[in-house]
Design a protein around this ligand. Structure first.
Ligand code: NAD
Length: 410
């Protein structure tokens, strides 16, 4: 089952549980619009290469669409669609005035020069400029895109519109209207969800054994926050392997040695595989790398008491069922990784009002939003006797469905 199909399956179930008619599912199962663009880029060797990109807007009943742009060779239209639906759900769960959007370009930024990346970023904005904007659809970074790319995109959009538009995009450098706390926001949000989940399970963070798959933006900062909270990070990994130390890894050293793509295990010889990492003895497991890592094949071997999904789609629906039946508390991606979009929203608010907050203010506001979102999802899961993923989808679709109904769309 691909990501789009499994998301649609849970949305259908969530809408049924909430008592909506089939027509609501028909509206929400696919994005309202998906634009495919072809972007010609002059490469450094003088040749022109034409790239394919997408922008998907799932739903804008609540407010403008919002969601990142991914640069990756494996980007597909279906993946971008699924990711835009997840953004709608996340916005609903943390109660932001947004619908969901997502973009992607099929490319490998690791093999492109700085200037080629700039031309591609600007070309993409020219191609999608008619359907995006601070009150229509606000992009942000995602896999293999960063604040520099956001800066080029904001500059290109401002030139096209002929006025400065910091609110067009989030995840910008601080000097261009970026928000304090944005870089670590996803990891901070995951940390808050881990703390809340641990409380519900009576696990003390101090001394708890944590395993984190992936050592990029989400995984590395999360490992640091866990380490600082007194937990023992016993395993981490990247695309090339995993490191394990039952006494706890030296996270500060690993952070210092990782490269900008989140690679660090290549420096070591005594590595284990990602498969072994997931099945390690631990209290808390955090998949923070890629999709489909916990499946029906390995779900029975997971030893953690709590699994918190920092990555998008790391656990299949079959595995979700197995983990839940085994009494493992699974905090789903649409809740656990919503810290990024929450601080992106704060960035947009600051851009719109032209008044900026300190890092402490941002973290305090993020804390309030996520604690409330966690409690909403957790208590719904308890009262309706459903797993946390279904509960999160129920919370996530509710406002969007209501807004669509009030607008008279369904
Ligand atoms: P990243 O590119 O910074 O890091 C990805 C990490 O995963 C790297 O350490 C990489 O080596 C590792 N990895 C890649 N392929 C792997 C494989 N096959 N097996 C094991 N490890 C592998 O990405 P990120 O921003 O940290 O995002 C990680 C996940 O979190 C993604 O699913 C992303 O969609 C999700 N997420 C990120 C954010 C954010 O703000 N960064 C927000 C929401 C969700």
């Amino acid at each position: 089952m691909n990501l789009l199909h499994s998301t649609q399956t849970v949305i259908k179930e969530a809408l049924e549980k909430l008592g909506y008619q089939e027509a609501m599912y028909e509206l929400l199962k696919e994005p309202l619009r998906v634009l495919t663009v072809r972007i010609p880029v002059r490469m450094d060797n003088g040749e022109v290469k034409v790239f394919t990109g997408y922008r998907s807007q799932h739903n804008d009943a609540v407010g403008p669409a919002k969601g990142g742009i991914r640069f990756h060779p494996d980007v597909t239209e279906d993946e971008v669609k699924a990711l835009s639906i997840w953004m709608s759900l996340k916005a609903g769960i943390v109660d932001l005035p947004y619908g969901g959007g997502k973009g992607g370009i099929i490319c490998d930024p690791r093999e492109m020069s700085f200037r080629e990346l700039e031309r591609l970023s600007r070309g993409y904005v020219r191609a999608i400029s008619q359907i995006v904007g601070p009150t229509k659809d606000i992009p942000a970074p995602d896999v293999f895109t960063n604040s520099q790319i956001m800066a080029w995109m904001m500059d290109e959009y401002s030139r096209i519109r002929e006025f400065d538009s910091p609110g067009f995009i989030t995840g910008k450098p601080i000097a261009l209207g970026g928000s304090h706390g944005r870089e670590t926001a996803t990891a901070k949000g995951v940390t808050i969800c881990i703390r809340e989940a641990a409380k519900r399970r009576g696990i003390k963070l101090e001394g708890a054994r944590v395993v984190v798959q992936g050592f990029g933006n989400a995984g590395s900062y999360l490992s640091k926050f866990m380490h600082d909270a007194g937990a023992k990070v016993v395993g981490i990994s990247d695309a090339y392997g995993a490191l394990y130390d039952p006494n706890g890894l030296d996270i500060d050293y690993l952070l210092d040695r990782r490269d900008s793509f989140g690679t660090v295990t290549k420096l070591f010889t005594n590595t284990i595989s990602n498969k072994e990492l997931l099945e390690l003895e631990c209290d808390i497991l955090v998949p923070a790398a890629i999709e489909n890592q916990i499946t029906a094949q390995n779900a029975h071997n997971i030893k953690a008491q709590i699994v918190v999904e920092a990555a998008n789609g790391p656990t299949t629906l079959e595995a979700t069922k197995i983990l839940t039946e085994r009494g493992i508390l699974l905090v789903p991606d649409v809740l656990a990784s919503s810290g990024g979009v929450t601080v992106s929203y704060f960035e947009w608010v600051q851009n719109n009002q032209g008044y900026y907050w300190s890092e402490e203010e941002v973290i305090e506001k993020l804390e309030k939003v996520l604690v409330k979102a966690f409690e909403n999802v957790y208590s719904l899961a308890q009262t309706r006797r459903v797993d946390m993923r279904l509960a999160a989808y129920m919370v996530g679709v509710r406002k969007m469905a209501e807004a669509s109904r009030f607008r008279g769309w369904v």
